[in-house]
Design a binder for this molecule. Structure first.
Ligand code: DCT
Ligand code: MG
Length: 648
């Protein structure tokens, strides 16, 4: 008893080497959180951790110093600004766009802010003229949102000369979170005072009224000015000044106009497709239940699926995961090949149909009262530099499947226009590969106008080009792209359904014929490791610190990124350059036709009556002229009343 008490007794007289105060939890360090989350590409965890840093008072980043914002006489002051002006629009982009406050800051110390709620008619037209003046250079954070908000208010925004969001992206395209608050914190270590949100201001919940709205917008404009002063020199230092000013910035307006125009949709067709897909999913579900003797398991529940597959049906186990064995798409596809079973077949069919039905449903819901779908393009999501599309995402519509074709039929020419014209680059990635590697055989094949995959197939399989079967062609295509994206012989074997040895032999053969490709792929990783970044033909950089990581897995991922970034990134640069060229020509030639879509390597134009020939020429010429490569760029052009028919 006594011994027990002695043993359990808490020591109260231990010497502690540090003062107790030093052991206090100081709160999280936001900069360190960003650093770690950038490196590991954590998104959700970042969002969870950051509030800890913000709540931690003392240890959190400095609160941004107060900015002197003047609201009285702001309209006149802003309208008198002529140099480069940092501009902030408090408002909303998207479908119910609106603008409620405007802030501006030029080289002078002060910033100005205007509440847009009760402008006099004179102020209204004064500001409108100033915003529309293309000779007044404006720098915004997320200029496209500002464009939409102002457009919704009946104003035109011209003279966009910089965008700190895009600058931040170019400087480090792999980071996440490009909102003004996040970029301020990351690059300046400043936390914005957490005043009322724009939405609260809009609803008049802040109590501060007009003064406050102007104040807030003015402060933000001042921060954009500071950010531009930091980020734009970084863009220049990294050799991306031209890419920024001559490509990404002018593209903002082109994209804004495309989003604003949107694309007309045949709702009836879309709803027929939705019904069909739903019916197909239901039928597949019934088949699956039948295969289980009529039991209606929940096909969406991994837990129930595991029970059915691995216990009841006794199927071979798939990849082990935390909650048992994987029931993800690729595991089930593998399983279905290994151990075919009617339940599995029906389950996979159900998954496909459900996924498709969801895509169609999302599209149908995105149709606006004007009968059109207005996607949002982003220049700051895909680290390779590709545009991304969301709300709705138009890039996940299947390209080659029958279902994908039928979905494309739902996108039609709109009222007041005559037809759709689409144009896409042919084999653009392989052309870029030929250009970057300088492989004599590839360059020669393209120069001769040969079908590249057929040509490669004939070399690799040792048959005449006309004897390359569709299957051989698709095999070498998968190999060409696989190798370019860092696929191993193991991965290739899996993709082609060949033994690893056969895949390795195919690879060896490929590289023995296209040696410069192998040399290029090796050198691109080595170069990136030495430089710390990869580069596209047009100088877009992607910084990949993990290339020197001691963690094998992270290094492997980084190496695949390094292989892929110059090719995908150059393709992205090319189509963006083409879009600028097309837009300039349409305007210069006074045509009413307009760009409405960019997906993958494809551009879609809604063409006004009598302009079809002109539009086709412009597309061909501008897409050709977008890059001066050592191989020709080939462009396919098609026309039709809907996206599918116009495609080819
Ligand atoms: N892709 C890929 N792996 C494949 C096939 C395609 O990574 N096995 C990617 C890279 C090219 C892009 O998709 C477009 O695909 P395709 O149009 O099929 O390629 P292509 O080279 O243009 O071939 P094709 O002449 O058949 O259109
Ligand atoms: Mg193609």
């Amino acid at each position: 008893m006594r011994l027990n008490r002695e043993l359990n007794h808490l020591l109260t007289d231990l010497e502690v080497a540090v003062p107790l105060a030093d052991l206090e939890y100081p709160g999280a360090d936001a900069a360190a959180i960003h650093e770690v989350c950038d490196a590991l590409q954590f998104r959700t965890l970042r969002d969870k951790l950051l509030p800890l840093a913000t709540d931690a008072g003392e240890a959190s980043p400095e609160t941004a110093p107060p900015v002197v914002v003047q609201t009285a006489g702001a309209v006149a002051a802003i309208a008198a600004m002529t140099g480069t002006v940092a501009l902030h629009v408090d408002g909303r982009g998207g479908v119910d766009a609106d603008a409620w406050a405007l802030g501006a800051a030029d080289a002078a110390d002060a910033a100005w802010g205007v509440d847009l709620a009760d402008l006099s008619p004179e102020d209204e037209s004064t500001l409108g003229a100033w915003l529309a003046d293309p000779n007044i250079a404006k720098v915004l954070h997320g200029a496209k949102d500002g464009w939409h908000a102002l457009t919704a208010r009946g104003w035109e925004l011209a003279g966009i000369a910089g965008d700190t969001q895009i600058a931040a992206f170019l400087v480090n395209p792999d980071q996440r979170g490009f909102e003004l608050e996040q970029i301020l914190q990351r690059h300046l270590g400043l936390a914005l005072e957490s005043g009322p949100t724009a939405g609260e201001l809009d609803l008049g919940l802040d109590g501060g009224g007009a003064h406050h709205a102007g104040q807030r917008a003015g402060e933000r404009a001042a921060h954009v000015r500071t950010l531009a002063g930091v980020l734009e020199p970084m863009v220049d230092e990294r050799g991306m000044g031209a890419l920024y000013r001559e490509l990404e910035i002018p593209l903002i307006t082109v994209l804004a106009r495309m989003e604003h125009a949107g694309m007309a949709v045949d709702r009836a067709h879309l709803s027929t497709l939705a019904d069909e897909a739903r019916a197909r999913a239901d039928r597949a579900a019934e088949d699956a239940y039948d295969a289980l003797g009529g039991e209606r398991v929940n096909l969406g529940s991994p837990k129930q699926l595991q029970e059915v597959l691995f216990e009841r049906l006794g199927m071979p186990k798939t990849k082990k995961i935390k909650t048992g064995y994987s029931t993800d798409a690729s595991s089930l596809h593998d399983l279905s090949e290994k151990a075919p079973h009617p339940f599995l077949t029906a389950l996979l069919a159900h998954r496909d149909a459900s996924k498709l039905s969801q895509i169609i449903e999302t599209l149908a819901q995105a149709v606006q009262p004007d009968g059109r779908i207005h996607t949002t393009f982003s220049q700051v999501v895909a680290a390779t530099g590709r545009l991304s599309s969301k709300d709705p995402n138009l890039q996940n519509i299947p390209v080659r499947t029958a279902e994908g074709h039928r979905i494309r039929e739902a996108f039609v020419v709109g009222e007041g226009f005559d037809t759709l014209v689409t144009a896409d680059y042919s084999q653009i990635e392989m052309r870029i590969m030929a250009h970057l590697s300088g492989d004599a055989a590839l360059v020669e094949a393209f120069a001769a106008g040969e079908d590249l995959h057929r040509f490669v197939g004939s070399r690799v399989f040792g048959v005449a080009p006309e004897d390359v079967s569709p299957e051989m062609r698709s095999q070498v295509k998968a190999m060409s792209y696989g190798l370019a994206y860092g696929l191993s012989s193991f991965g290739l074997a899996r993709q082609l359904g060949l033994p690893v040895g056969a895949a390795q032999a195919l690879m060896d053969d490929y590289f023995s014929r296209f040696g410069a490709v192998r040399d290029y792929l090796r050198s691109v990783v080595e170069q990136a490791r030495a430089d710390g970044y990869t580069e596209t033909i047009f100088g877009r950089r992607r910084y990949i610190p993990d290339l020197t990581s001691t963690n094998r897995q992270r290094r492997d991922i980084a190496e695949r990124m390094a292989l892929n970034a110059p090719i995908q990134g150059s393709a992205a640069d090319l189509i963006k350059r083409a879009m600028l060229g097309v837009e300039r020509r349409l305007r210069d030639e006074g045509l009413a036709s307009r760009q409405v879509l960019q997906v993958h390597d494809e551009l879609v134009i809604e063409t006004a009556a009598g302009e079809q020939d002109a539009v086709e020429n412009i597309l061909r010429e501008e897409m050709h002229a977008a890059g001066d490569l050592s191989v020709p760029l080939e462009v396919n052009v098609g026309t039709g009343a809907d996206w599918r028919t116009a495609g080819h």
